[in-house]
Structure formats: structure tokens, C-alpha cells
Design a protein around this ligand. Structure first.
Ligand code: XMP
Length: 513
């Protein structure tokens, strides 16, 4: 990759760590996140212009608290500690941290006490976002306090001669009024980096890197119709053209006419070398009578891998596998309180097993989703693919509650097309994280014409979300809901009732299965 400034974020398990990274990249500065227990040698090798220590849920004096080596501070580069990051800095450099009388969570008014390069341009007082249970009661030697809030005497401190800075509040969240300003001060004034991370350069750098890495060998790629695999394939295609062989497995669980339209697009617009494998019948056969969501996922995942493997083996001289892995999948998440339980075992085309024995090409592994979208646009991929709402690997199978069969699939495909049309017509498709129908094969009584009907229910699900981890139900206009409802009932045989799901995540999940 070209030479540019680099920031390193050390993660102590804060829910906001990725947000820090996003903010920094928005300022056109490249950064990566390493877990707190990364060896010092690897940190040195990264050669950062400056280091940011993230927040985290622990207390520095907990036995199991995440710690870093004190030697890190001898690197002679600027440091910014945020929340827990500030406390660990204080703790390691000779200060003292104690539990606060009251946990502080939410908005606070920050008052600046001394002129500071970090807080330049913030105004004498402004709102900041606090979330902490401990406070610094003694600052280390050489430091001075530069800002306070009503309940926190050490809201910001610094040792400018060494370029060490700390903030008890979170500059990365929108609720901190001058947060972006503070981060930019740290990057450009204090660390003196340049905003030279350009996504245009990224494409040409990656193309060169892939060319060199493959050295004339072939690569294989599983396309899903989604933005990640499409962009990954398009970049690789620029590098190795005819040596990239793509495989698109139609599992029959895709949206109406999706396989045809995506294939046409891959061939005609992107000029990709892609083979369509129609395996719909096999998937339906293996899913027959299966009602348990996890079993459905396992079957679909297994079949996909088997089919892909078989097809990949038919191509002679393949050494590489292209995957659309994104940065959030790569970051080793710091789990201070132990692993979280498996709620759904996700399957997608990124999950191909190591036993394929192919070397990986992952052109997007440094990028966040919105950066992939920008790159996709630069590569000339149309909005229709770029701005697609996420679609789960197991497809419509997890949107039919209970057993999947051809009849139910046909009903759901039609309902899905109607919902997509109505949401697009209302100009909401890009504003909503996901919007889709779920087929609930519970029969209820209705009246159509003068006749009694006894048919299935369709539930509409539409949510807003930033990352799919949490979500809120979309407050759709009644007119849009009515349009979906009346079209679904009048255009689809077998449905006589439409309901709207008004639960958020948590406690529900986005998909019903
Ligand atoms: P849930 O239902 O867990 O969904 O709230 C969160 C996000 O993940 C998608 N999803 C999946 N994606 N394979 C996937 O590739 C899966 O098995 C799967 N299950 C859920 C879901 O559509 C939402 O965007």
C-alpha cells in the first residue's frame, strides 16, 4: 500500500472503538485497531504516527483488567487516552484512579480551564458524552488538568512536552459537541499527520498488490450478489482479468428473478467470468420438512460449501480464493467479560473453510462497509448493487417460519417484491437498514368478496440500524403499510392478513429465525 500516515488504536473493549476508527478515517487518516494484548514488537512494527488508547468496561485496579506495557509510552510518539485509555495512562505513569461516588453516564458540561492544543476551538464550555465509573484522583507527574465537568475534576489532562493527552469523555460519539474538532486537533496539530488516505489510491494499490501476489496463477471467487463479494471480485478482475473465475450458486432462496438479473449484470456490465450453478432443487430437497432455524442454516451452509468446492475443483491451476471480508470481521474483538453466546450461527459466502487449501485474497479487509460502497462507486458498480440492503446468506429460508417448500417460497418472493417496490417508491429503501416480509404459516380467518378465507399471515419487518447489532423498528407511514398490505392480499393467493413487527433489537432480532 502507498505511504501514508498511520494511527494505531489500541482496543480495551469499548463499544465505541470502531467509531474512533471511522472518525479518523473520515478525516482521511488511515488507522487500524489492535487488541490491548498485542505484543510490543508488533505495535512497533506497525510504525504509527500516534496511538489512541480506547475506552473499555473495566476498572484499572480489577485483577483481570486489560493492561498494556509501560514501555509503550517510550515510543516517543503522541498518545491520546480516551476514558479507560486515559485511566490506564494515569495508572501506569504514576497517577491514581479510584471508583467515583456516582457513575457518570450521559451528557456533561465541559469547562476548559487552561489553553490546550487538544481542546483548541472548543469554546469555554460545551456538551460532552461521559460513560465511566472511575475517576483519576491524582494525575501523574508532569501532567496538568485542562478541563473539568461538574462531577469530574479531571475531564482532560495533558503533558504537552511528551505529547501525552487524556480525555475522560468520548470525543468519538456525536453527543460530544466538539468531538470531531478534538480528534482533528490530535491528528493534525499534535501528531502532525496529513489527511492523505485516499480511497482512489486504495484501488490502484490493491490492484498492484494482487497482481504481484498471484503472479499469473488463477483465483476463484464465490459471488453472492451482495456488495462485498461484488466489489472484491471487481478489484481482483482489474488485477488478473481472465484468471479470475467466479461462481454464483443459486440456492433457490434468493429474491424474485435475482439470480437472472445479477448474472446478467456480472457478465454484461462487469465483464466477469462467472459460472451460474443452479442448485435450487437440491437445497429444497435437503430442507424438506426442516423447521429448526439453526438446522436450516447448517444445511444451507454445508450445501453451499460442497457445491462451491466441487465447482472450484473443476478449474485447473487455482491457487487463490477471493473473499469480500471486511475490517469489522477481521478485528479481533476484545471480550473483557468472556465470549458472548451464539445467538445465530451466521453463514455467508465469506465462510468458506480453510481445508479448500487456497491462499486468500481479501482486497477489502482494511475497509468498513461504507468505504466499500465508495470504492464500488468508483469502480462503476451501480447504486442498485452498492446500496443493497443486507440479505442473509440463508436467504428466504429463514424468512419462512417452519418448513420451506416451493409454494411458500413463491408466496414470499412475491411479497418481497411488493415490499421492495413500495419502500423504493416511498424513497425509503436507502434510509432503512432492512425491510422485508416474513411468511408466518399460521392460518387465520378472513373474508374476501363474500367468502370466508382461511389463509397465512405475512409479517412486515422494517428496521433502522447502523450495523445490525442493535436496531429499532422503522416508524413507517401508515399509507406505506397500507399499500403493502392491500397489494400483498390482492396480488398473492394464500395470504389474507398482514401485520407489522414493532419490536426493536434487542429484545427481538432482525430476522425472525
Ligand atoms: P439478526 O436476525 O441476528 O440479524 O438480528 C442481524 C443481521 O444479520 C443478518 N443475518 C444473517 N446474515 N447469515 C448472514 O449472512 C445468517 O445466517 C444471518 N442471520 C441473520 C440479518 O439479515 C441482519 O442484517
Amino acid at each position: 500500500m502507498g505511504i501514508h500516515s498511520k494511527i494505531l488504536i489500541i482496543d480495551f473493549g469499548s463499544q465505541y472503538t470502531q467509531l474512533i476508527a471511522r472518525k479518523i478515517r473520515e478525516s482521511k487518516v488511515y488507522c487500524e485497531i489492535y487488541p490491548f494484548n498485542t505484543p510490543l514488537s508488533k505495535i512497533k512494527e506497525y510504525n504509527a504516527n500516534a496511538i489512541i488508547l480506547s475506552g473499555g468496561p473495566s476498572s484499572v485496579y480489577d485483577k483481570s483488567a486489560p493492561v498494556i506495557s509501560k514501555d509503550l509510552f517510550k515510543l516517543n510518539i503522541p498518545f491520546l487516552g480516551i476514558c479507560y485509555g486515559m485511566q490506564i495512562m494515569a495508572h501506569l505513569l504514576g497517577g491514581e484512579v479510584k471508583p467515583a461516588k456516582n457513575r457518570e453516564y450521559g451528557h456533561s458540561k465541559l469547562e476548559i480551564l487552561h489553553k490546550s492544543s487538544l481542546l483548541k476551538g472548543c469554546g469555554k464550555s460545551s456538551l460532552v458524552w461521559m460513560s465511566h465509573g472511575d475517576v483519576i484522583v491524582k494525575i501523574p507527574k508532569g501532567f496538568k488538568i485542562t478541563a473539568q465537568t461538574e462531577t469530574c475534576d479531571t475531564a482532560a489532562f495533558e503533558y504537552p512536552e511528551k505529547k501525552f493527552y487524556g480525555l475522560q469523555f468520548h470525543p468519538e460519539v456525536v453527543h460530544t459537541e466538539c468531538g470531531t474538532n478534538i480528534l482533528n486537533n490530535f491528528l493534525f496539530e499534535i501528531a502532525g499527520v496529513k489527511g492523505d488516505w485516499k480511497l482512489e489510491d486504495f484501488i490502484s494499490d490493491k490492484v498492484a498488490e494482487i497482481k504481484e501476489k498471484t503472479g499469473g496463477a488463477k483465483a476463484v471467487c464465490a459471488l453472492s450478489g451482495g456488495v462485498d463479494s461484488t466489489v472484491a471480485a471487481a478489484i481482483t478482475d482489474r488485477a488478473i482479468g481472465g484468471n479470475l473465475k467466479c461462481i454464483f450458486v443459486d440456492n433457490g432462496l434468493l429474491r424474485e428473478s435475482e439470480a437472472e438479473s445479477v448474472m446478467k449484470y456480472y457478465k454484461e456490465n462487469l465483464n466477469l467470468n462467472v459460472k451460474l450453478v443452479n442448485a435450487s432443487a437440491l437445497f429444497l430437497k435437503e430442507l424438506k420438512g426442516v423447521t429448526d432455524p439453526e438446522r436450516k442454516r447448517k444445511i444451507i451452509g454445508r450445501l453451499f460449501i460442497e457445491i462451491f468446492e466441487k465447482e472450484a475443483k473443476k478449474i485447473k491451476g487455482v491457487n487463490f480464493l477471493v473473499q469480500g471480508t471486511l475490517y469489522p470481521d477481521v478485528i479481533e474483538s476484545v471480550k473483557v467479560f468472556g465470549a458472548s453466546s451464539v445467538i445465530k450461527s451466521h453463514h455467508n459466502v465469506g465462510g468458506l473453510p480453510k481445508k479448500l487449501n487456497l491462499k486468500l485474497i481479501e482486497p477489502l479487509r482494511e475497509l468498513f462497509k461504507d468505504e466499500v460502497r465508495v470504492i464500488g462507486k468508483k469502480l462503476g458498480i451501480p447504486e442498485e448493487i452498492i446500496n443493497r440492503q443486507p440479505f442473509p446468506g440463508p436467504g428466504l429460508a429463514i424468512r419462512i417460519i417452519g418448513a420451506v417448500d416451493k409454494k411458500n417460497l413463491d408466496i414470499l418472493k412475491k411479497a418481497d417484491a411488493i415490499v421492495a417496490q413500495e419502500i423504493k417508491a416511498a424513497g425509503l429503501y436507502d434510509k432503512i437498514w432492512q425491510s422485508f416480509p416474513v411468511l408466518v404459516p399460521v392460518k387465520t380467518v378472513g373474508v374476501m368478496g363474500d367468502k370466508r378465507s382461511y389463509e397465512s399471515v405475512v409479517a412486515l419487518r422494517a428496521v433502522t440500524s447502523v450495523d445490525g447489532m442493535t436496531a429499532d423498528f422503522a416508524k413507517l407511514d401508515y399509507d406505506i403499510l397500507r399499500a403493502c398490505s392491500s397489494r400483498i392480499i390482492s396480488e398473492i393467493k394464500g395470504v389474507n392478513r398482514v401485520v407489522y413487527d414493532i419490536t426493536s433489537k434487542p429484545p427481538s432480532t432482525i430476522e425472525w429465525e
